[in-house]
Design a protein around this ligand. Structure first.
Ligand code: ATP
Ligand code: MG
Length: 568
């Protein structure tokens, strides 16, 4: 993997790695893994974990595995397995040939469980799920031993093998670790290792009717892959003693060497966003959004569909850094990252989102002039292009007011504006639709000398507008997006308030009568542009529409993040 792809600033995990390498722990190797559960599409929080795991490996001449944590067949699906691979690749990372599944280890995990039973460190328990919970105690009270805790090794072996053979119904029995029901850490109070579950697994089919628990499978999967640094989010800190217990008790040395260390970091929370897969799945399944890749979704596929680039997401992950305490990141920072990239790389074009017809009455009928326009003033190497100008054009409805307030510097009756790269026009007459009272059309005059090179080309008028020639313009559909949620923290758990009630009803606005400059007929699907004064747009390769061209607005131009930074 190319180390230049990420630019990791120093962080506390890198410091741990530095220490480990100094003392030659695990032979100085660095081997991480990204361990998604294939029960949903990846989101921007996963992107942080991907950048961190693959990034640390690359920065330390190490390796990073992709491992599917597929221990819960009832919620998992191959669709997710495939989308996850696509998303990790799209972000720019490679696991080479090291793609694994926890289900690859089901047989050996079963052998390890037999080993634990033989050592007297695991037992079959017949308590129901509710009873186990009741026996577990609380943060302030110790738990109670299960009445099945003192079963003999022989009986436990027999029962566990019969669990595996399918002799008992789902939920009838579990295998538990025998640790300490009085431990101050609830995770150490005889946690469940195996449960009986008849569910067809997307890889192992009906081969198994018992499945290992995540907390048991995870440390052993790490060990079997010879992972050195097992990076996870903070909520697993309380599980670390059990992670270590498992590695201490199971003798995996015949299969693998070294010992992984679990390290926790703060998960990414993003404003105006929910990040739990359960909630994201609900939004998809109940039709609140149009699929996992709806451009409003915080999924990697949603950002891709919206028009974000992999580099902008990696840049964002670098900038937010790695912390040990949870916090909320402003989504404006992510928007800033894509704006900064596209400001330099995206060609400028003219597009009129809400067209208003303008007829320039003193301009010759049938005349077309080709005016020159810069493709990107931030990046002169991108050159110039020619745009057709003619007697009938479209301007933005917002650029005209019949009765303007004082500070309105655009077009109004009797006033002038400059058309970008072309002439100054003056509004002579307003045609109003008699039925609706709306402005239907403007009749203007132009100053023939006001174009670049003309006698009055330097004449100053207060406003400049974008425009397109009516006869040449292409029709397009443009989709404007706003935050999916109206409030900064839709996840905050107020009593009786469902997060879905905080969905923003205005998160999508579809404009179907847009007019864009003719050169866009040649644009490749998947290209990004700056529509002057309107933001950055992506020619959606997937959207289908009768008009043909469908653009997603990635972000508007106004950079609230840069503003916040300046103000502070
Ligand atoms: P959920 O709880 O919503 O199902 P998860 O954390 O269980 O999500 P996994 O598929 O298990 O999802 O996550 C894979 C990896 O990504 C884990 O190592 C997890 O810690 C990490 N991860 C998940 N969400 C975030 C986040 N918001 N920020 C950083 N890392 C995350
Ligand atoms: Mg998880």
């Amino acid at each position: 993997m190319d180390a230049s792809i990420t630019n990791l600033p120093s962080n506390f995990i890198q410091n741990i790695i530095n220490e480990d390498r100094k003392v030659g722990k695990n032979g100085g190797r660095v081997h991480t893994r990204f361990p998604p559960e294939p029960n949903g599409y990846l989101h921007i929080g996963h992107a942080k974990s991907i950048c961190l795991n693959f990034g640390l490996a690359a920065a330390n001449q190490g390796l990073c595995n992709l491992r599917f944590d597929d221990t819960n067949p009832s919620k998992e699906d191959v669709e997710y397995v495939e989308s996850i691979q696509e998303d990790v690749k799209w972000l720019g990372f490679s696991w080479d040939e090291r793609m694994f599944f926890a289900s690859d280890y089901f047989s050996i995990l079963y052998e390890y469980a037999l080993q634990l039973i033989k050592k007297g460190q695991a037992y079959v328990c017949d308590l129901s799920a509710e009873e186990i919970k009741a026996y577990r105690g609380t943060l302030t009270e110790p738990g109670k031993n299960s009445p099945y805790r003192e079963r003999s090794v022989e009986e436990n072996l027999d029962l566990f093998q019969r669990m595996r053979a399918g002799e008992f119904p789902d939920g009838a029995r579990v295998l538990r670790a025998k640790i300490d029901m009085a431990s101050p850490n609830i995770n150490m109070r005889d946690p469940v290792l195996y449960r009986i579950l008849r569910a067809t697994h997307h890889r192992t089919g009906d081969e198994w009717c018992i499945y290992p628990m995540y907390d048991y499978a995870h440390p052993l999967s790490d060990a079997l892959e010879e992972i050195t640094h097992s990076i996870c989010t903070l909520e697993f800190a309380d599980h670390r003693p059990f992670y270590d217990w498992t590695l201490d008790q199971v003798d995996y040395s015949a299969e693998a060497q070294g010992r992984p260390q679990q390290i926790e970091f703060a998960r990414l929370n993003l404003s105006y966003t929910v990040m739990s897969k359960r909630k994201l799945r609900e939004l998809v399944e109940k039709g609140f959004v149009d699929g996992w890749d709806d451009p409003r979704m915080p999924t990697i596929s949603g950002f891709r569909r919206r028009g974000y680039t992999p580099a902008s997401i990696r840049d964002f992950c670098d900038r937010i850094g790695v912390a040990k305490r949870d916090s909320m990141v402003d989504i404006a920072l992510l928007e800033h990252c894509i704006r900064e990239e596209l400001n330099f790389s995206a060609p400028r074009v003219m597009a009129v989102l809400r067209p208003l017809k303008v007829i320039i009455e003193n301009y010759p009928v049938d005349q077309v002039e080709w005016v020159e326009a810069e493709n990107n003033p931030e990046n002169p190497e991108m050159g110039n292009r020619l745009l057709p100008f003619s007697r009938e054009i479209f301007i933005e409805q917002d650029d005209f007011m019949i009765d303007p307030p004082k500070k309105f510097f655009r077009l109004a009756p009797g006033r002038e504006i400059r058309l970008k790269n072309a002439y100054i026009i003056k509004c002579e007459e307003v045609i109003v639709d008699e039925g609706t009272g709306a402005v239907a059309e403007l009749r203007c005059s132009y100053d023939p000398e006001s174009r670049s090179g003309g006698a009055t080309s330097g004449r100053k008028v207060k406003g400049t507008s974008h425009w397109v020639s009516a006869a040449h313009a292409l029709d397009a559909e443009i989709r404007l997006y706003d935050h999916l949620f109206m409030v900064e923290n839709p996840d905050s758990e107020e009593e009786g308030v469902d997060y879905k009630s905080k969905l923003n009803p205005m998160s999508l606005e579809i404009l179907r009568d847009c007019k864009v400059e003719p050169g866009l007929a040649q644009a490749q699907p998947g290209t990004r542009f700056q529509f002057m004064r309107q933001g950055y747009f992506y020619l959606d390769p997937k959207a289908e529409s009768e008009t043909g061209l469908v653009f997603n607005r990635i972000v508007a131009l106004r950079d609230t993040w840069a503003k916040i930074q300046k103000g502070s």
